[in-house]
Design a protein around this ligand. Structure first.
Ligand SMILES: *Cc1c(COP(=O)(O)O)cnc(C)c1O
Length: 367
């Protein structure tokens, strides 16, 4: 008789584990890493100082309410601290929301090229993923609404979306909310909100404040430059904050994370410098790559999606290998249903010039 062994719940083994952007190349030189949408400017020096200071009392449990961090966020955005829930990255919050609101028989809806984590958390909760097609790499509100069924419990929307870099204007987000049944939770994942410079964009604060069924998640991993610490936050209706606070780990943020996050939130000049950097280099990189005859999906975030022809030797996989051989790491996005594209993060000026030069060489060598 075969020995008994524990079996995970149905759905768990259907999950393909998330593959992070690569960070090493052969040869040992430090790579140009443009694969995970991290900021080239690094964190605020004030956040680093707060992190270091927190190292003096590591024997103490952290504040389980992350009070200093929630207050700093509330001050910055004019919010009620008791409706903010913090997590170990917004990943944890997205996962907690799925576990609180999805179970077997329920459906979690997201878009064709939506963030990969959504499928993972839906399956992990034992629920069924449902995918709505996009139109030209953009979220299609009607396509989402068409796929809503009585089993739909959550609609996940990254706005702007990763890896496409496209966004949905506030009128379309409102139309989506209005078209969803009241008991369907709309999760607005605004990981790149700070980068967006469009008058018709709103990250979700307004909808969270005016509805009982919308949650916005934000992260310290991108423009705040604290990806290594794992800090995210969700702005929620009170009843949803209450549910998340019941199921989260009682000390889900470390003391250094709470201290560094609060200090980063209070240093908005640093964020503004990052926005200015992106405002300069996002259009530059887009334009230079388009000049090479490659198409780029217009992005409002800190990365771009570059499309390659399907022909052998000139395709996305060949370009990825070519760049890697030159110490440049970008992101393949075949797992997002985009085998013909690469996602490239906006880097420092030197990194941006280096990636354009390498792409020039790639296109020239293959012409
Ligand atoms: C990077 C990213 C996040 C952030 O995840 P963290 O867990 O906060 O690091 C969330 N959503 C999207 C769409 C992202 O690209």
């Amino acid at each position: 008789m075969a020995p008994l062994a524990p079996k995970p719940r149905p759905g768990v083994l259907d999950i393909e584990a998330y593959v992070p952007g690569e960070s090493h190349v052969a040869g040992g030189l430090p790579p140009v890493k443009l694969s995970s949408n991290e900021t080239p400017l690094g964190p605020s020096p004030k956040a680093v100082a707060a992190f270091t200071a927190a190292g003096a009392a590591l024997e103490r449990y952290p504040d389980g309410q992350a009070t200093a961090l929630r207050q700093a966020i509330a001050r910055r955005f004019g919010l009620k601290p008791d409706r903010i829930v913090c997590g170990a990255g917004s990943d944890e919050l997205i996962s907690l929301i799925a576990h609180a609101y999805l179970g077997p028989g329920d459906e979690g809806l997201f878009t064709e090229h939506g963030f990969l984590l959504y499928r993972i958390v839906v399956l992990a909760a034992g629920a069924t993923p449902v995918v709505a097609p996009e139109t030209n790499y953009r979220t299609d509100v009607d396509a989402i609404l068409k796929r809503v069924t009585p089993r739909t419990r959550i609609v996940f929307l990254a706005n702007p979306n990763n890896p496409t870099g496209t966004y949905l204007g506030i009128d379309e987000v409102r139309r989506l909310r209005a078209g969803l049944p009241g008991d369907v939770l709309l999760l607005l994942d605004a990981a790149y909100a700070e980068y967006v410079r469009r008058n018709d964009y709103e990250a979700g604060l307004e909808l969270v404040a005016t509805t009982e069924n919308t949650v916005m998640t934000r992260t310290f991993s991108k423009i705040f430059g604290l990806a290594g610490l794992r800090i995210g936050w969700a702005y929620c209706p009170s009843a949803i904050a209450d549910a998340l606070n019941r199921i989260r780990g009682p000390f889900n943020l470390s003391a250094p994370s709470i201290a560094a996050g609060a200090a980063a939130m209070d240093d908005w000049a640093h964020i503004e410098a990052s926005v200015r950097h992106n405002d300069e280099w996002l259009p530059w990189l887009t334009g230079e790559i388009e000049k090479l005859g490659l198409s780029v999906t217009p992005s409002v975030a800190n990365f771009i999606l570059v499309h390659f022809p399907p022909s052998a030797g000139r395709d996305a996989a060949a370009c990825d290998a070519f760049l890697k051989a030159r110490g440049i790491i970008v992101r393949r996005v075949a797992g997002y249903g985009l085998p013909g594209a690469l996602r490239i993060t906006i880097g420092t000026e030197a990194e941006n010039r280096k990636v354009v030069d390498a792409l020039k060489a790639f296109v020239g060598a293959r012409a």
